[in-house]
Design a protein around this ligand. Sequence first.
Ligand SMILES: Nc1nc2c(ncn2[C@@H]2O[C@H](COP(=O)(O)OP(=O)(O)OP(=O)(O)O)[C@@H](O)[C@H]2O)c(=O)[nH]1
Ligand SMILES: [Mg+2]
Length: 413
Amino acid sequence: MAVPRKTLMPKSAILVKKYKRGIRVSFAALIILLTLLFVVSTPPSSSASSPISSSSPAPQPSFKGGKMKGHSNYKMPSTDISQKVHYPLDDGKKEKAVFVTLARNDDLWDLVLSIRHIEDRFNKRYHYDWVFLNDEKFSDEFIRVTSALVSGEAKYGQIPEEHWSVPSWINKAKFDKARHEMKEKNIIYGDSIPYRHMCRFNSGFFYRHELLQEYDWYWRVDTDITIYCDIQYDIFRFMKENNKKYGFVISLTEYETTIPTLWPTTQKFIEENKQYISKNNLMDFISDNGGMTYSGCHFWSNFEVGSLNFWRSEAFTKYFDYLDQSGGFFYERWGDAPVHSLAVALFLDRSEVHFFDGIGFRHPDFTSCPVEEQIRLQNKCTCNPNNDITWIPDYFCTRKFFEVNHLKMPVGV
Ligand SMILES: Nc1nc2c(ncn2[C@@H]2O[C@H](COP(=O)(O)OP(=O)(O)OP(=O)(O)O)[C@@H](O)[C@H]2O)c(=O)[nH]1
Ligand SMILES: [Mg+2]
C-alpha cells in the first residue's frame, strides 16, 4: 500500500508561517518609516526661486501694511510703508513692460554683468522682454551673447539718424566754441559729441523707437550698473497698481556748469504752457525759492522705472521739443537726468513719483544699499551698507524728497 507522501515544507517557510503576524507588522512599519523619510527629505518649493511663466501662474501672497500676508516675518522697507505702497500679487500675468539698454558693441562685456544682475535678482521669475538700441549696427557676437542671457525676448534696434545727429538749426561755430570752452574748464565729457547725442536720445527719443511702441512700462538698464538685492515683487505691476509713473533709487545735484540755461529755458516754457503744470507738482524738490532758481536736484537716470506713456504725453513732447529747439543739448551739455527730472517734477502729481528701496543699486561712483539690516538679509543683498549714499544731506537729494513730501525716513539715518 502506497504511503501517502507527506508534503515537506522548507525551514524558511515554516518560520514564515510561524511569525506571519510579526512580519506583517514590521513590513507596514517599514513602509511608514520610508514614507516619512521621503516627506522630510523633499525640499519645500521656494516661491523666490521658482520661475513664473505667463503660462503657469504661481499665485503669491500680497504685501499690505508692511507685511506679507501669511508670512508674518516678511517686512517691507520702512520707506515703502511711509510711501503707503503695497506689493502686488503675482498671478502670472505680465505687464506690457520692457528693459531698455542703449549700448555700443564695445560695451558688451560690461553689459553682460548688468544683464546677469537683473536676470538673477528679478527677471528670471518674470521673463520680461529686453530692447537693445545702438546708433550703429549690433554685431553678431553682441546679439548672440546678450540674447543667450535674457530670459524674455531680446530685440535689437538701430537708432534713426535724425535721433542721433546734430540738427539743422544748430550753429556749428557756436557748438565748436562751446565744446572747446568746456574742455578748457575740465568739464566732464565737455567736448564730447557722442555723449551729447546719448543725453539727447535718452531725454527725448528712446521711447519713440519703433521697438518700444508695444510697451507701456520700461526699466532703463545701463551697461555699468549693479543690482545687489533680490526684488521680491513685479516692479512693473507695482508701478501700475500703486499709480506710479516714475521711480528712482538715487537722487543728487547736477553740475551747474553743464546746464546754465536749462532752468531759464524751462521757466519760459512754463510761462507759455501753464496748462501742463501739475497742481500737486514737486517744485519744492527742484527749487528752494519757489521756482526762481533750480536747486540742481535730479533723479539719477541710470536707474529709471517708468511709464512710457508719460514721455509720449503732449506735455513732455512739447517740453522736449522746446528744449531741443533752444540748442542746449549742444551749446551746453544738458543731461537726460535733469531734463527728465524737471519734467517729472513739473508735469506729474508728486504722489506718482516713487523712491525704490530694498533693491541695492550701483552706478559708478555711487551705491544705494538698504539701511535696514532686516531688509538686506531678507532680500539677500550683497552691498556694504557703509557705502550707502542715499541719506547723505549734502550733494544728494533723497532726504529732501522725503522732507518735501512729509515722508518718514528710516530710523537712524
Ligand atoms: N550706442 C551708444 N551707446 C552709448 C554711447 N555713449 C554712451 N552709451 C550708452 O549709454 C549709457 C550711458 O552712457 P555712459 O557713458 O555710461 O554715461 P554716464 O553714465 O553719464 O557716464 P559715466 O559716469 O562715465 O558712466 C551706457 O549704457 C552706455 O553704454 C554711444 O556713443 N553709442
Ligand atoms: Mg554710466
